[in-house]
Design a protein around this ligand. Sequence first.
Ligand SMILES: NC(=O)c1ccc[n+]([C@@H]2O[C@H](COP(=O)([O-])OP(=O)(O)OC[C@H]3O[C@@H](n4cnc5c(N)ncnc54)[C@H](OP(=O)(O)O)[C@@H]3O)[C@@H](O)[C@H]2O)c1
Length: 292
Amino acid sequence: MTNFSSSLGNKTKFLVLGCGFSGSFFAKTIRNFGITALTSSRVNKQDPNSFVFNSENGEVPDEKIFDGVTHILSCIPPDKNGRDPVLGSLKSTLQDLSLEWIGYLSTTGVYGNTKGEWVSEIDQPNPFQKRSHMRLNCEREWIKSGLPVQIFRLPGIYGPGRSSFEAIRNHKIRVISKKDQVFSRIHVADITNAIIYLLQNKDSLKFHQIINIADDKPCSQIEVIQYCYDLLDLKMPKPILFEEAKKELSPMAQSFWMENRRVSNKLLCETLGYKLIYKDYTIGLKNCFLNS
Ligand SMILES: NC(=O)c1ccc[n+]([C@@H]2O[C@H](COP(=O)([O-])OP(=O)(O)OC[C@H]3O[C@@H](n4cnc5c(N)ncnc54)[C@H](OP(=O)(O)O)[C@@H]3O)[C@@H](O)[C@H]2O)c1
């Protein structure tokens, strides 16, 4: 990891498209390795390292932004019509560049409901939600583009500033119990570090175009929330049964409870040898507790 910038070469220039939670963590980390990373945002941030890209109103980056770009990470979800904002607005621009690599952050939602069974990259996607059908179409569009894209399927992302601690502190926590329901998750630092690790492993794209990045321990939401309350030294409220709680949940929140799967990280962690920083929620949440 320490010689990441030298292993990529000193002409490396990254564009991080969509500088939200994961994109900003990634950009900040690689800048610490001395790598140039420009990030996009839908509004002008008055920051020399940031540029405007907004597919909703057709604002595309100036040509100069693309000068010398070697790597791109897209963290932008499908738009409301299900199209990929980057491919919709910038496909031919990207095809004209001499790109070495593009990373695309996707979701494990494309696997659909496995009723709690493990699911891996060799399993056929079986999306259940409309948004997951859209996502799978976007993945397929990326593959069809002929660009050197590597797709990362992610479960629930958490990290400092985005975890159950914020929900508890803001009194927005809902402690819901649903029999046998589990969720997979990943700490934002492991998304960044796994990608850096794979970029150092030059053959990873050649042999593995789709890779799950998930931690070792899918588990119930209650287990995670209980752990947060324990760290805060507070008493967890009594859980509400899902059937009761769902009346109060938004359609989006309800939809997360309609799918139950355990996402395998064997390709990343066994075959490719990546070592997770936060192998389960206990150490990941301790990091959030200390940094939020
Ligand atoms: N959050 C999760 O738990 C989770 C789980 C699995 C997969 N994912 C997926 O992984 C990716 C990264 O997730 P995240 O939570 O880090 O994302 P995030 O914080 O929501 O950031 C998304 C970024 O996309 C930009 N964006 C959205 N629509 C755009 C458009 N039409 N044109 C240009 N830019 C646009 C946003 O711009 P602004 O900064 O201007 O708002 C933002 O920077 C996303 O595709 C997400 O759907 C997320």
